[in-house]
Ligand binder design. Structure first.
Ligand code: ATP
Ligand code: MG
Length: 226
């Protein structure tokens, strides 16, 4: 049983892209794999196909049905804002223990489990807890997705400090090339790996056709998942 929590330095950084690429590569290697996105905001029942949940179900080869959505994303909120505020706006609140218990219920022997987080690691889930509290309770290592934009070095090193504070392990970092990034991916990788050398730093260049996944490096192998 191996579980990886796909987190990132922020929202829209590439977590879903990395989750779907890993799913495809693990499935191509004929290894059993499951993926969940337990909490999702900005969830529009009338436009399901653009949601992270639908992208994960598509990659798993499952129908985007109410039952299948419930199985991987039980906590869904309408507003596209942070989970604590989205829950507040519906008069609800997120109980981190319950979300962690759901994640653990999806861990099975001989199966790789990928859990996509929400936003960045320090996004609040309620008045006192963040995504990192959830990850610590699940007890899984993080695959940290970061960008290559100007500013990513500071964001990534700050994320390392926060993750260490919670006693969470990092399985590896994926540097996903940001749109029109002025900074070299290799230089970003080289700089970051000087600060931490206990885990791999994997480069994911801009992907032209996401559906085809052509020229995508085998990040599952590079991260040691396969
Ligand atoms: N290396 C890349 N090549 C091409 N497109 C990318 C790359 N990295 C990210 N993107 C694009 O950036 C957008 C945001 O990525 P994605 O949806 O994976 O982010 P996210 O971290 O899951 O966001 P959220 O916080 O909303 O869950 C998507 O359109 C995605 O395809
Ligand atoms: Mg996402």
């Amino acid at each position: 049983m191996r579980t990886f929590f796909i987190s990132g330095t922020g929202t829209e950084i590439g977590k879903t892209l990395v989750t779907t690429i890993l799913l495809r590569q693990i499935r191509m290697a004929k290894k059993p794999v499951e993926a969940i996105k337990p909490i999702i905001t900005g969830f529009d029942e009338n436009n399901l196909y653009k949601t992270d949940t639908a992208m994960i179900l598509n990659e798993l080869g499952r129908e985007v049905s109410k039952d299948n959505i419930d199985q991987i994303s039980p906590w869904r909120f309408k507003e596209a804002i942070s989970p604590n505020l989205a829950a507040d706006s519906e008069g609800r609140s997120l109980i981190v223990e319950k979300v962690a218990a759901f994640c653990k219920s999806k861990m099975h022997r001989d199966q790789i489990l990928l859990i996509e987080g929400i936003g960045g690691g320090m996004v609040p889930l309620n008045d006192t807890e963040t995504v990192l509290d959830l990850i610590a309770k699940v007890g899984a290592p993080i695959v940290l997705v970061v960008g290559s934009y100007l500013g990513t070095l500071s964001h990534t090193l700050t994320a390392f400090q926060a993750v260490s504070h919670y006693g969470i392990k990092i399985a590896g970092v994926v540097i996903s090339e940001s749109y029109k990034s002025p900074v070299s991916l290799i230089e970003t990788q080289r700089t970051l790996s000087k600060f931490r050398n206990q885990f791999p730093f994997v480069i994911l260049p801009r992907i032209k056709d996401i559906k085809e996944f052509t020229d995508v490096p085998c990040i599952a192998s590079e991260l040691g998942i396969l």
